[in-house]
Design a protein around this ligand. Structure first.
Ligand code: MN
Length: 255
């Protein structure tokens, strides 16, 4: 199996290394990843500047650093590294959760989206770590993936669908198992923070804290909060099929 791996934390990120270690046990791995951290770039695509792809030293593996975002890495990886023959795209392991609406900002998920659009089985993997500076339990993700990645690869998936996997950043004995979930809804408060630079000019930071809404059971957020790995099938068919008839009637349009 030919496995292309990317991430959005950059080619030097420990999570990428952790993912490669496991993926090597499942097939031929090549790494194509951004040359520096590009978190929260979503499904962006570099179009107005050239992309550079440089070999990156990696023990026993072909690896490339790219002057772009995960979407670029997937495309360059497919064409330049794998000659258009990729069986599996893995993106991660991200150093932070990708739950609820956050997946629309995520470069980790963006990489999986690009793989999916190109007909490749794609899986985004993230560590649900909620406290900056707390230890990240990569070994928990690795142990879980060693046991279950084969099932994720073989699982039936509808076209245009990928898997968004989040692993709680806890020690392995605390892991309660895994759940197949639906995408939750995370909303942030105090999203924009206004500050002043040393010269008295205003600048802004975007961050904010999550508004806890008593997550509905069955969501990705709920599974993580309870100590389970969350596996969410995400579809790129964004049309609201259930709303088509009502909308057609409302605007006087046909199919
Ligand atoms: Mn990231």
């Amino acid at each position: 199996m030919r496995i292309l791996i990317t991430n959005d934390d950059g080619i030097r990120a420990p999570g990428l290394r952790a993912l490669v270690e496991v993926a090597r046990e499942f097939g031929e791995v090549k790494v194509v990843a951004p040359d520096h951290e590009r978190s929260a770039c979503g499904h962006a695509l570099t179009m107005r500047e050239p992309l550079r792809m440089k070999p990156f030293p990696w023990d026993g593996i072909e690896a490339w650093e790219v002057s772009g975002v995960p979407t670029d890495c997937v495309n360059l990886g497919r064409h330049a590294a794998f000659d258009d023959r990729v069986d599996l795209l893995l993106s991660g392991i991200n150093a932070g959760p990708n739950l609820g609406f956050d997946i629309t900002y995520s470069g980790t998920v963006g990489g999986a989206m690009e793989g999916t659009i190109n007909g490749i089985r794609s899986i985004a993997v993230s560590m649900a770590l909620f406290v900056d500076g707390a230890p990240i339990h990569w070994e928990t993700s690795q142990a879980w993936l060693r046991e279950h990645l084969g099932a994720l690869i073989a699982a039936p998936l509808r076209p245009l669908t990928f898997l968004n996997v989040n692993v709680p950043s806890i020690a392995l004995p605390g892991l309660r198992g895994h759940r197949v979930t639906v995408m939750g809804q995370r909303v942030y408060a105090d999203r924009v923070e206004s500050r002043e630079d040393p010269w008295g000019r205003t600048y802004f930071w975007q961050g904010g804290s999550i508004v806890e809404q008593g997550e509905l059971p069955g969501t990705d957020v709920d599974a993580i909060n309870q100590g389970y790995v969350s596996i969410t099938p995400i579809t790129l068919d964004w049309t609201d099929q259930t709303g088509l008839t009502d909308l057609r009637r409302a605007v006087g349009a046909g199919a």
